[in-house]
Design a protein around this ligand. Structure first.
Ligand SMILES: Nc1ncnc2c1ncn2[C@@H]1O[C@H](COP(=O)(O)OP(=O)(O)OP(=O)(O)O)[C@@H](O)[C@H]1O
Ligand SMILES: [Mg+2]
Length: 306
């Protein structure tokens, strides 16, 4: 399935530029991870692609449907969990999923079966009759995901579905999404870069409303200056190698970014001095830092009026 934009721009209230001439084209089945700092424009992009928000200029196509001109047709193909979505507190999870399915046109009986299956797949079967206001934050997020996966929509938008989930629940969600992606396209935003790396068949890095890059993890890694990372578990190292970048993480760890050959030049010194170390390929987190930098201020639109 294809997602394509051409010069996609969104300016809120004539002054806050959230997307700036965004042009990209991806063709995949599976998971499309969208990452970027706070305010990079991820939610704005999701809202435009899911026909909830009109662009200021430019065009966007999902599955060859224009998000503005073919919005009605596109809405039949998609299901969305917005970033701030919460279940209605007075409904139970079963009622929540079921009413969504009935609204989408499922029969009374079918909606019940599908809802129960979806709740079970997210481990919520024991809570299906509890009022949603009694669920924890993580359980509510899971319920929102159960709601969209219960539908047969082939394209699913999930804006930060794992934010606030504990470590174990997040990994459970990864398993669910991996299973789900076999026959659907999932557009996923997340601040957990490990998640974007593990799940994403393609990854898009947004930086202040602009495309920083797009590709598989290997494609992204092949373009950066320092594709390897040496992790040194010691506070007492003396590295004098040109062309690498050294970063002290804490008093127990130092990271050295470089090319494979530069990193391996350092290994004899570490072995001789019995210093513990590991060598890894740059993670998406490392790649992200190299693309987006670490300068302060993720949100360029400094708003003074509240
Ligand atoms: N309704 C709105 N009105 C005015 N400005 C907005 C509105 N929604 C978003 N913005 C601005 O647009 C920019 C992009 O916001 P967006 O929500 O798309 O970012 P994001 O990448 O999803 O961030 P986060 O990671 O914090 O969710 C930000 O500068 C934000 O302040
Ligand atoms: Mg957002």
């Amino acid at each position: 399935m294809r997602i394509a934009t051409l010069g996609l721009t969104k300016i809120y209230d004539k002054k806050y530029q959230a997307l700036d001439q965004l042009t990209f084209n991806v063709d995949l089945n599976g998971i499309f991870s969208v990452i970027g700092r706070n305010g990079a424009g991820k939610t704005t992009l999701i809202r435009i692609l899911s026909t909830e928000l009109l662009p200021t200029s430019g065009t966007a196509f999902v599955n060859n449907l224009d998000v503005v001109k073919d919005a009605t047709a596109l809405r039949n193909e998609i299901a969305v969990v917005p970033q701030e979505a919460r279940p209605l507190p007075w409904l139970t999870p079963l009622q929540t999923v079921r009413s969504y399915l009935m609204w989408r046109g499922y029969s009374y009986r079918e909606s019940k079966e599908r809802s129960k299956d979806a709740l079970r797949s997210l481990g919520l079967e024991n809570l299906e009759k509890v009022k949603s206001r009694k669920l924890s934050g993580g359980q509510k997020r899971k319920l929102m995901v159960a709601t969209v996966i219960a539908s047969e929509a082939p394209i699913i938008f999930l804006d930060e579905p794992t934010t606030g989930l504990d470590y174990v629940s997040r990994k459970e969600m990864w398993e669910i999404l991996s299973r789900l992606k076999k026959d659907r396209l999932i557009i996923l935003t997340t601040h957990y870069l490990e998640e974007a790396e593990i799940l994403g068949d393609r990854i898009m890095i947004l930086d202040k409303g602009k495309l920083a890059d797009i590709g598989s993890i290997d494609e992204l890694r092949s373009k950066i200056k320092f594709p390897y990372v040496l992790r040194i578990m010691s506070d007492n190292v003396d590295i004098n190698e040109d062309g690498v970048e050294i970063k002290r993480v804490s008093n127990r760890q130092t990271l050295v970014y470089g090319t494979a050959s530069k990193i391996y030049n350092l290994v004899p010194y570490l072995v001789t001095n019995r210093i513990k170390f590991t060598v890894e390929q740059a993670s998406l987190g490392n790649i992200f830092e190299q693309y987006v930098g670490e300068e302060d201020g993720g949100d360029k639109n400094e708003k003074e009026d509240w």
